[in-house]
Ligand binder design. Structure first.
Ligand code: 13P
Length: 288
């Protein structure tokens, strides 16, 4: 199956009460591991690509070419979307031009009127090409320069304004943050999530910062309309830990253990395992 927009897979998830995972990719190993996990779990999947990760992989064209090649060579049958994560206005257009099947335009740092104006233009641009759009209200916090900011909480009325522009998916800050959560994190604002769900009338909602959110909170969020959950840091952590163990056990010094295909294999295996566990938690297994 070729790439699909995220719209249909998320409307199905919303209707049936589960969430599809967005797992961010960084390179070939990441992409292969996530697609392998999705195929084995018979789960739809969204490959998230930040503009920084796209630059690291040399650009949007390389990402699209690599993913399309893998869909064919790995005989992937489950629905797969390539989705720009936290895209800028220009970045969203460029990703669409290169063949992304879904984009997030993150205008949450603009005043609301400017967010509305720019989101409107991206929706027109994307929808005329069959591409789905995620918009954001209330910036998702996270760790920057060692300072952990608590996530913003979105204003439900602003969420309604953005949802009414015809976006397919809406990310609303509800106290969630990217990266690891601090010990004193007060948890997700389910009261706000419920209000956002009420005013957006059944639109699939997105939970960013999926790493480290306890399973019971994840399930409660899905019950309140979250249909897409983004996970990035957790795959990085398990990859790094497995690679560290391989090196600390001196395996790179035995025979051809230094061969990158061997050196990176434990990390890739750890990503497959983590992605499958998340798919189980999100309820998307066997939903392809
Ligand atoms: P984490 O890195 O906290 O899992 O967040 C991922 C994310 O929300 C990407 O948009």
């Amino acid at each position: 199956m070729g790439l699909v927009s995220a719209r249909e897979m998320l409307l199905k998830a919303r209707k049936e009460g589960y969430a599809v995972g967005q797992f961010n990719i960084n390179n070939l190993e990441w992409t292969k591991a996530i697609l392998t996990a999705a195929e084995e779990a018979k789960s739809p999947v969204i490959l998230g690509v930040s503009e920084g990760a796209a630059r690291y992989m040399t650009g949007f064209d390389t990402v699209v070419g690599m993913v399309n090649g893998m869909l064919k060579n790995l005989n992937i049958t489950v629905p797969v979307a390539i989705h720009l994560d936290h895209g800028s206005f220009e970045g969203a257009k460029a990703a669409i031009e290169a063949g992304f099947s879904s984009v997030m335009f993150d205008g949450s740092h603009y005043p609301i009127d400017e967010n509305v104006e720019k989101t409107t233009e991206i929706v027109e641009y994307a929808h005329s090409r069959g591409i789905s759009v995620e918009a954001e209200v209330g910036a998702i916090g996270g760790e920057e320069d060692g300072v952990v900011g608590s996530g913003e909480v979105a204003d439900p009325q602003e969420c309604k304004r953005i949802a009414d522009l015809g976006v397919d998916i809406l990310a609303a800050g509800i106290g969630n943050i990217h990266g690891k959560y601090p010990d004193n994190w007060p948890g997700l604002r389910f009261d706000v999530l419920k209000e956002v769900q009420d005013v957006t009338g059944g639109m699939p909602l997105v939970l960013h910062g999926g790493t480290g959110i306890p399973g019971d909170m994840i399930q409660e969020a899905i019950g309140l309309g979250v249909s897409k959950i983004n996970v990035n840091t957790e795959c990085q952590l398990v990859f790094a830990a497995a690679t560290r163990q391989y090196v600390e056990e001196g395996k790179d010094l035995v025979g051809k253990g230094f061969d990158p295909r061997k050196l990176l294999a434990p990390g890739a295996k750890a990503i497959v395992q983590t992605v499958k566990e998340k798919m189980e938690l999100f309820g998307s297994v066997n939903k392809a």
